[in-house]
Design a protein around this ligand. Structure first.
Ligand SMILES: O=P(O)(O)OC[C@H]1O[C@](O)(COP(=O)(O)O)[C@@H](O)[C@@H]1O
Ligand SMILES: [Mg+2]
Ligand SMILES: [Mg+2]
Length: 320
């Protein structure tokens, strides 16, 4: 790993993790600059292949993965696992961490100039790759995302609250703006891909039906709906003004456990949300109590304001 200039203040970052976090931030500044020029040159949304899951890979998915891998290689990360690569890579024999990454989240939004991001999760590394990643999500020592939106920001937890940093593009530095983010408890917004309604289970339909019924239904109030199609952007909105996000399992072939991957999407988002006093489950069980069975395995994800997430779990109880 080439030593990079510091682009983030070390104050709230555990010293041993600082070089890794700094490398992620430095790389994200380069990724943000590429995204900012996206409309000017070659299409970053061009389909260039398929990942091991059969998802189409866009040029920016692969480019971002190459950039993060190169930035971390030879540093403190022993195992590097990416959405874009079938197997975890040994990136440093002497590294003490295992880092899983969704290098570019929200790929379908690349060509429409809508917010996209990077999500990452860090564990203490074990000898082998599988044992390093296939363990309880509560064993994470760091979860974070970088949002490439109108502003680029880092939201991260090391298990002692959730912090937000915003990139000052004039200085090329991430500036701490919030030491302890907290998911607001009151909000009338829910986020779900409603085009899958007919494929959902009864508890999920009932929860959403009750929201849609608004003032005339059992909830006795009107709701609003949002769906960006970028998990990072939905998470950021919920951290900022509350609400709930659901990507449940459904009846479509291959969607029994929803769409989102446990290791590099659901686990770090759950860690961030729980550290901000929200809640994250698979519909019933806390995500932090779950353990991935495979590196790219999916899991249903429900997160947001704690009482809303609990209400979804209560609906699941009723159906049994
Ligand atoms: O296509 P859908 O059903 O709207 O799913 C959107 C979800 O898929 C994702 O784009 C999956 O992530 P990738 O773009 O990293 O594959 C999430 O960001 C988002 O929440
Ligand atoms: Mg993703
Ligand atoms: Mg991705």
């Amino acid at each position: 790993m080439t030593r990079q200039a510091n682009v983030i203040s070390p104050d709230l970052i555990p010293a041993a993790l600082y070089p890794t976090i700094n490398a992620l931030c430095a790389t994200s500044i380069e990724v943000a600059a590429i995204i900012a020029r996206a409309g000017l040159g070659q299409s970053l949304a061009a389909q260039v292949g398929e990942n091991s899951d059969g998802d189409g890979q866009k040029a920016l998915d692969v480019l971002a993965d190459d950039m993060f891998e190169a930035a971390l290689r030879g540093g403190d990360v022993r195992w590097y696992a990416s959405e874009e690569q079938e197997d975890a890579l040994l990136t440093s024999e002497s590294g003490k961490y295992a880092l899983a990454i969704d290098p570019l989240d929200g790929s379908s939004n690349i060509d429409v100039n809508v917010s996209i991001g990077t999500i990452f999760s860090i564990f203490e590394a074990k000898e082998g790759a599988e044992e390093s990643f296939l363990r309880k999500a509560s064993e994470q020592i760091c979860g974070g995302y970088i949002l490439y939106g109108p502003a680029t920001c880092l939201v991260v937890t090391f298990g002692d609250g959730t912090q937000q940093y915003v990139l000052d593009p004039t200085k090329g530095e991430f500036v701490l703006v919030e030491k302890a983010m907290s998911v607001p408890e009151t909000s009338k917004e829910f986020a779900i891909n409603a085009s899958n309604y007919r494929h959902w289970t009864t508890p999920v339909r009932t929860y959403i039906d009750n929201c849609l019924a608004g003032k005339d239904g059992p909830r006795g109030m009107d709701f609003n709906m949002r769906w960006v199609g970028s998990l990072v952007a939905e998470t950021h909105r919920i951290l900022t003004r509350g609400g709930i996000f659901l990507y449940p399992g459904d009846a479509r072939p291959g969607y029994e456990n929803g769409r989102l991957r446990m290791v590099y999407e659901c686990a770090p988002i759950a860690f961030i949300i729980e550290q901000a006093k929200g809640h994250a489950t698979d519909g019933e069980t806390p995500i932090l109590d779950r353990q991935a069975e495979t590196l790219h395995g999916r899991i249903p994800l429900v997160f947001g304001s704690a009482h809303k997430v609990q209400r979804v779990a209560d609906h699941h109880d009723l159906s049994e």
